[in-house]
Every structure is written in C-alpha cells, then in structure tokens.
Design a protein around this ligand. Structure first.
Ligand SMILES: *Cc1c(COP(=O)(O)O)cnc(C)c1O
Length: 368
C-alpha cells in the first residue's frame, strides 16, 4: 500500500460536482481575474472570520509582503520572526528593505518562544510576525502583550493555521492583520496559487487593496495613487475556494481525528522522541503532523522504502540557510530549532485518510 503525504485528488472526488460547477460558471462568465467570485470570496471569508475586511491577493507570500509594505516597514527597520518557518515569513521582510531577526522556538510546540523575544528587541524593531506553524497557534496572547508594551505591530502568518483558535479566538484576529495562503496543499487549498489578508483596520485594508492592484485608485483605475504590484486572485481560485469553504470545519475535524489516531497508535513507539502536544486553550488544525524521531534520516528512508511519503518542516532552520549567512547565526543561539531540524519528521495527514492508511503508517514506523 502506497500512502501519499497528501491526497488532493481524494478531496476533489468528494466534492467533484460542486467544483466542476464552480469552474464551469467562471468560464461561462469569463470572470478570470478578480470579478464577482473574488468579491464574494472576500466577503464570505471576512464574515466567517468575523472581521471587517478580507483583501485577496495572488498568494500567501505576497499577502505578508503587502501588509508589511503598507504598514510602512522599510530600510533600517527590524522585524522579529521565528527560526522555524517557511522562508516566506522572512524573505518578505527583506523585500521591504528591512532585516529579519530570528528567535528560537519553544520546546514543545515548534512556534516562536515568546520568552526569548524581548532579548531581540532593539530601537529598530518595528514588528513581530508570529507564525502559527504546523496548524498550532503560537503563544499569541503573550506575543501580543509584548507588542503592546514595546509598541510593535503584530502580524500573524496563518498560512498553516486556517480556523485554528486560541482562547476561543481565531488566530489571524489578534494582531493588526492575519495573512493566509491557499496553496493547494494548505488546509484550505485552491487549485493554484491564492492568498488573502484579513484585518479590522479600514485604512490598512484600503491601502493593501490598492497596492495589490498597481496602486490603482478604487474609483478610477487609471488614477494610480501610488506604485504597487500585481497580486490578484483568479476568479477560478475564488470560485473553488467558495465551494470548499463550507467544508473546512469538517475537514479540520477529520485532520484532528487522524492526529488523535496517530497519537494512540504511536504511543510507546521506541523510535519516537515526542508526539505533537497541543497548547492549553488552543485548537491545533494539524496542517502538519510532525513527530521527533531517533535516527530521523534512516527512519525517513525506511518509510519511503515501504511506500509511506513523509516530509520535513523544515530541513534547515531559517537562520542557517545560505540566504542568511550574512547574519552569522550560531546554533548555540537557536538550540531548540537546531535540535528539532535533525529530529522532526512529518507524517502523511489529510482529511480523507482512512484508518487502514493510518494503521499502515504506524506499523511501518514500529517495524523500523
Ligand atoms: C505556505 C506558506 C506561506 C506562503 O504561502 P504561498 O501561498 O506559498 O506564497 C507563508 N508562510 C508559511 C508558514 C507557509 O507555510
């Protein structure tokens, strides 16, 4: 039995009629770029999140860039983020002309360690990008309190955490803005690239929308009130996301059920150093189910040889990527991220995963 890391086709088949209909309607109306489906998606997404604005854009990376840029982050500024995330969370800081400053991760939750943030704040620090990695909320109340005390902007990268909550509040609504990716493999995935920004700040929403569309004035598209970029959501992606949005609650529960089953089956496995732990008062939406294992590379090869696809989130912590060599970061400054990158292994997880598939993964893990 071969077990894929994610199975996008299984999900398509489960809602095929709705998706096919959505795509056909967009084509019938030639509503390819922006248009009514995009407007409707923005409205629904903002409503679902209980926020005033959703500004759609081309992908989750430009969502972060647009927000940073419209918040005025620029040369001379520093933006704090986590040592373990996808490079989108930090390359966008550099794209604004600012410097990303990395903070080590927590022992148990793989997110930025709030207790290590204050030591990295300087007079140049302007913002914190909190990433809710793997689908687990970061310690966002504490991070927000730090931002309040030090007068910093809080941006939440929710690319892996659609509809995750902390103290009953959805992540993405704690800071000035939350950014989302709808990359196909994400918990809410389009059939291509797509992204969005959510915010309750009227002025920020307006500026982001203008910037994402070549700086064109909302009332006269040939009147460019600033220079912007081209970062638009396709009508097809919006229609597909609209068809998928009603299912996200069910899909999230199914991911959580897969995680629960893994926890039961993997408990006591001698190769495993740690299973995922859920933060108190948080809901984990399991974009990724990552364990720490002994001899990780050998275990990954063993799983692969037995038809189980796996991944690593991420093989190199950001401070040690070639792109950040200029920062001369030392492993001793990021002990947990440094330890984790050699031990973390992400197992297959997707809502449509069958119990047979879950059992097979657990079995192969125990036979190593
Ligand atoms: C996927 C991802 C992004 C970027 O999203 P794209 O849509 O691929 O540009 C940003 N941050 C994190 C943590 C991600 O996982």
């Amino acid at each position: 039995m071969k077990i894929p890391f994610v199975d996008l086709h299984a999900q398509y088949l489960s809602i095929k009629e709705d998706i096919d209909q959505a795509i056909a309607t967009v084509i019938a109306e030639s509503a390819y770029i922006r248009g009514r489906f995009v407007a409707e998606f923005e409205k629904k997404y903002a409503e679902t999140y209980g926020v005033k604005h959703c500004v759609s854009c081309a992908d989750g990376t430009s969502a972060i860039y647009i927000v940073l840029k419209m918040l005025g982050i620029g040369p001379g500024d520093e933006v704090i983020t986590t040592a373990n995330t996808w490079i989108a969370s930090s390359e966008t800081v550099t794209q604004c002309g600012a410097r990303p400053v990395f903070v080590d991760v927590e022992e148990d939750f793989y997110n930025i360690d709030a207790d290590k943030i204050v030591a990295k704040i300087t007079p140049r620090t302007k913002a914190i990008i909190a990433v809710h990695l793997l689908g687990q909320p970061a310690q966002i109340d504490k991070i927000k309190a730090i931002c309040d005390v030090h007068n910093l902007l809080l941006i939440e990268d929710c690319a892996q955490a659609h509809f995750a909550t902390y103290n009953g509040q959805r992540v993405g609504t704690f800071g000035v803005a939350g950014t989302f990716s709808f990359y196909p493999g994400k918990n809410l995935g389009a059939y291509g690239d797509a992204g969005a920004i959510i915010t309750n700040d009227d002025e920020l929403a307006k500026r982001c929308k203008i910037f994402a569309s070549h700086g064109a004035s909302p009332v006269n598209k040939h009147d460019h009130v600033m220079e912007g970029i081209n970062s638009r959501m396709d009508g097809l992606q919006a229609a597909i996301l609209l068809a998928k949005l009603p299912h996200i609650g069910d899909w999230t529960q199914k991911r959580q059920a897969v995680a629960k089953r893994y926890n039961e089956l993997l408990q006591g496995n001698p190769h495993i150093l740690s299973l995922p732990v859920v933060r108190e008062n948080a809901s984990h939406v399991y974009h990724v189910y990552s364990v720490r294992v002994k001899n990780r590379d050998k275990m990954q090869a063993h799983l692969n040889a037995n038809g189980v696809a796996t991944s690593i989130h991420y093989p190199t912590p950001l401070p040690f990527l070639q792109a950040y060599r200029y920062q001369e970061n030392e492993p001793a400054d990021f002990p947990i991220a440094w330890r984790n990158h050699k031990e973390m292994l992400s197992l297959p997880i997707f809502p449509e995963m069958t119990d047979e598939q879950i059992q097979r993964v657990a079995q192969v893990l125990s036979e190593a």
